[in-house]
Write a new protein. Structure first.
Length: 220
C-alpha cells in the first residue's frame, strides 16, 4: 500500500513540475515570477524581454500615459518608429520630453566610431559614416517633431554608452547593447518605480544629461 501511495505521489509531483516548467516557458507566468522576486528584492524589475523590439507595444502605451519622458539612445531609430508615435502625433503632451543622442560631429575615434566597428562585425554594410548620417537624420526628424510640440529638449553626448534608457514618471526600459546584435534585438529590462533598476536608469540619464551639449530645435 505504501509503495502504491508513493507511486501516486511521485507521479503527481512529476506532473506538477512538468506543468510548472511548461508554464514558465510562456511569457506571462515568467513575468509573474519575475515580479514576485522583484517585490522581495526591491529591484523593481517586472519583465525581461529577450528582444527590445518585443517591448515596443507596451512601451507605446506607457508613453501615452507619461507625465514626462527621458530617452538616451545610441542612434535614435526607435524615436521614429511606432512606439513613439503617441508623442509626435499630438495624442498626448507630456510636460517634458528630454532626449539624448550621440554627437554625430565628434572627432575620429569617438564612441560612435567604436560602436560602428562593433556593429560592422555582424552587419558588414555598416560604417562609421553610415552611423553618423543615421544619427543626423534622426536629429533632423526630432527637430521637426519638436517644432510642433512644446516641452521637447534635445542634447548630444560623447560618452561610452552601453545601454539605451527610456524612462517615464512610472516605468523605465533598459536595453543593454550586445556585440553581436542591433539594439532592437538586444535584451530589454522593464522596471517600475520605485525600485533599484528604475533609480539606476534615471541616474544614468541624468549624469549623461549634465555632461552633454544643447541641440537647437529651431527648424533649419
Amino acid at each position: 500500500m505504501n509503495a502504491f501511495l508513493l507511486g501516486i505521489l511521485s507521479s503527481l509531483v512529476t506532473s506538477a513540475l512538468l506543468l510548472a516548467l511548461s508554464l514558465l516557458r510562456a511569457s506571462r507566468p515568467l513575468w509573474w515570477l519575475t515580479a514576485a522576486c522583484s517585490w522581495f528584492t526591491g529591484t523593481g524589475l517586472r519583465r525581461v524581454y529577450r528582444r527590445q523590439v518585443s517591448a515596443e507595444h507596451t512601451m507605446s502605451q506607457d508613453l501615452a500615459k507619461a507625465q514626462w519622458v527621458k530617452v538616451m539612445a545610441g542612434r535614435g531609430n526607435i524615436l521614429t518608429r511606432e512606439a513613439f508615435a503617441p508623442l509626435w502625433a499630438g495624442d498626448v503632451s507630456p510636460a517634458s520630453v528630454q532626449i539624448l543622442l550621440p554627437d554625430p560631429d565628434t572627432p575620429h575615434g569617438s564612441w560612435l566610431d567604436r560602436r560602428s566597428q562593433d556593429i560592422a562585425r555582424f552587419d558588414p554594410g555598416f560604417t562609421s559614416a553610415l552611423l553618423r548620417s543615421q544619427v543626423r537624420a534622426n536629429i533632423d526628424y526630432l527637430i521637426r517633431a519638436a517644432h510642433a510640440r512644446p516641452g521637447i529638449r534635445m542634447r548630444s553626448y560623447d560618452l561610452p554608452h552601453t545601454c539605451r534608457v527610456i524612462a517615464t514618471d512610472k516605468v523605465a526600459y533598459l536595453t543593454f547593447y550586445s556585440d553581436d546584435a542591433h539594439g532592437r534585438n538586444s535584451p530589454c529590462l522593464y522596471a517600475r518605480a520605485p525600485g533599484l533598476l528604475y533609480t539606476i536608469a534615471l541616474q544614468q540619464f541624468d549624469t549623461a544629461w549634465a555632461n552633454s551639449t544643447e541641440v537647437s530645435t529651431t527648424l533649419r
